[in-house]
Design a protein. Structure first.
Length: 190
């Protein structure tokens, strides 16, 4: 028969193991290693300019190997393209108006079936989005890769959209642009 003292010790070990396995771990986005690229598309022809965007700050909270929460800020002032005229145009009021709206924010609500589901806020307009991801945890790093098709008009960016303007011809721009994400985050010290 197990003595009461031994039973209490066993229960204490079981409780401490369950608490330890449920501990949350914070990961800080590594802004130097994270890579974001965007691609826009002309409505006519094959023109598809591509550029980059930087992450400002971000954190992920994991419970074991499951992401519980995440918030990522995008530094919209860093949206870039090799053609400086296009870069400046993307930064002005026709597109992202980066002086007035210097950051965009993604708040993860959950990950289910390799789909990230959350809220994306661009130009103070917030929309629910979901997109496929892959996630790997190696040592003290998390790597999340994904690709998002974003309808810019849902965020009030209507410049040269055929859904809002007529007779644009070769100047028409598709509403969707693609954002490729290769996000890296490092575990913070507990």
């Amino acid at each position: 028969m197990i003595k009461m003292k031994n039973l209490i010790k066993i229960l204490a070990v079981i409780v401490s193991l369950s608490i330890t396995s449920q501990a949350q771990t914070v990961y800080k986005v590594n802004t130097n290693k994270t890579k974001l690229s965007w691609t826009g598309y002309a409505s006519v022809g094959n023109y598809a300019p591509t550029g980059t965007l930087n992450v400002g700050v971000g954190n992920l909270i994991l419970n074991g190997k499951n992401v519980q929460k995440a918030q990522i800020e995008f530094d919209m002032k860093t949206i870039s393209h090799e053609n400086k005229d296009l870069q400046n145009h993307l930064r002005n009021e026709d597109f992202f108006d980066v002086e007035k709206y210097p950051k965009a924010i993604f708040i993860l609500q959950k990950i289910a079936n390799n789909q990230a589901i959350g809220l994306l806020k661009i130009k103070n307009v917030q929309r629910k989005i979901s997109f496929p991801i892959t996630m790997n945890i190696v040592d003290n790093e998390v790597n999340i890769k994904g690709s998002i098709n974003i309808d810019r008009t849902a965020f009030g960016i209507k410049y040269n959209s055929i859904n809002f303007f007529q007779n644009l011809g070769d100047y028409a721009i598709k509403d969707n642009f693609r954002l490729e994400i290769d996000l890296w985050a490092d575990q913070t010290i507990k």
